[in-house]
Design a protein around this ligand. Structure first.
Ligand SMILES: Nc1ncnc2c1ncn2[C@@H]1O[C@H](COP(=O)(O)OP(=O)(O)O)[C@@H](O)[C@H]1O
Ligand SMILES: [Mg+2]
Length: 382
């Protein structure tokens, strides 16, 4: 549904070239929720703005629903007609909602419908349908200032759906919301994804967002995609940084090993699906007459499926435990020999939540009518 090939965006700033997006090839399947995660400055916003040609990429192509957008003329508010038409198939939501404070909830949702040329009657009906879809029908006449952060984002989502898009892009849409509100907005996005068959690409710096709603994920750093794939495949990939952040084992590898006498083998096991229910460890202990110590274990739901992770310790060096390792792999488990931490302890991959999170209702949308701002507010809603 969304494909980029070797997408690059170079900014020239104070005489220096910055490759904000540096050779990104991304593939998002129709109907999936795809998360791009990375710390601040990784190039996520630039990437998402290149996807709908709010920014013109320096090189590479962007194809959405079979159409090469980079072949169409214009960008941002100066897009040509074919690009503007293609963009109606791509909705976008923002961290700070970007609602116009002088317009009612309904008026905000009607804005893109005005640009699409619907009559007053059609706009009203469509806006109320969309508000119903996001659970805000009874607040149609309220003003943004009268809404909570979560409600504002629901208006943002209704507005993004005005052009019946096949694709919804989300730039940190839950970063300004508290955890409960975040969950309810994510639930709404998942619901829309399933009910409307909407493909969702969301960017976030919050691992929990990926864990809760994403089918696939990519890790972005320094303008590049370091890792990407289906979340469940990543969890089964030894050495995956994303998997480790999505579902850490807890406890440092080797931290407990010092307490044992003689050499030991520490293994990280990941149980998927039905494997999670089988008594694999007790069978291992019996079949190989091994003293298995469990150093840590957790069950979690990732992308709607149960996953179990366990760190165990066996006496003897890894070479001496080859048969036990083979037994575990035969049981369908992902087995990794726990070495030194891959890239620091869990949690170092991403930044702490940004300072804005402290002010959940911060309104970033410029006041309408303020000099020089009307254009950019319009641009964001197309
Ligand atoms: N308009 C711009 N002009 C110059 N540099 C920019 C511009 N937009 C972003 N950058 C730079 O590109 C890099 C990636 O920024 P951004 O895409 O906003 O990252 P993220 O959304 O992951 O925080 C940063 O180094 C940022 O300073
Ligand atoms: Mg950003």
């Amino acid at each position: 549904m969304i494909t980029t090939t070797d997408l690059t965006k170079v900014y020239r700033s104070r005489g220096r070239d910055i490759a904000a997006v540096d050779g990104v090839s991304l593939h998002v399947e129709p109907g999936e929720v795809y998360g791009v995660i990375g710390r601040s400055g990784a190039g996520k916003s630039t990437l998402i703005r290149c996807l709908n040609l709010l920014e013109r990429p320096t090189s590479g192509t962007v194809t959405v629903d079979g159409q090469d957008l980079t072949a169409l003329a214009g960008r941002g508010s100066r897009a040509g007609r074919p690009l503007r038409r293609a963009r109606t198939g791509i909705g976008m939501i923002f961290q700070h909602f970007n609602l116009l404070s002088s317009r009612t909830v309904q008026g905000n949702v009607e804005l893109p419908l005005e640009i699409l040329g619907l009559t007053r009657r059609e706009r009203r009906r469509k806006a109320l349908d969309l508000l119903d879809l996001v659970g805000l029908a009874e607040r149609a006449r309220a003003y943004p200032a009268q809404l909570s952060g979560g409600q504002k984002q629901r208006v943002g989502i209704a507005r993004a759906l005005a052009g019946d898009p096949k694709v919804l892009l989300s730039d940190e849409a839950t970063s300004a919301l508290d955890p409960d509100t975040t969950r309810s907005v994510l639930r709404l996005l998942r619901d829309l994804n399933q009910r409307l068959g909407l493909t969702v690409l969301l960017i976030t710096h919050e691992m929990d967002v990926v864990k809760t709603v994403c089918d696939s994920a990519a890790l972005m750093e320094g303008g590049r995609i370091l890792e990407s794939g289906r979340v469940h495949d990543l969890l089964a990939t030894p050495g995956s940084r994303l998997a480790r952040e999505l579902f850490p084992f807890g406890g440092e590898a080797g931290a407990d090993a010092g307490a044992a006498e003689g050499p030991v083998t520490v293994l990280d096991l990941t149980f998927h699906g039905e494997g999670a229910a089988r008594p694999v460890v007790s069978r291992l202990a019996r079949a190989h007459d091994a003293d298995v110590s469990i150093l840590g274990a957790a069950l979690d739901t990732v992308a709607g499926r149960q996953i179990g992770r366990m760190r165990i310790q066996l006496p003897g060096r890894p070479e001496e435990n080859a048969a036990a390792l083979a037994f575990l792999r035969e049981q369908g488990l992902t087995v990794e020999t726990a070495g030194p931490p891959i890239a620091g302890p869990p949690g170092t991959l991403l930044d702490k939540p940004p300072a804005q999170a402290a002010a959940p209702d911060a309104e970033a949308a410029p006041a309408p009518g303020a000099p020089g701002t009307a254009g950019s507010a319009r641009e964001d809603v197309r």
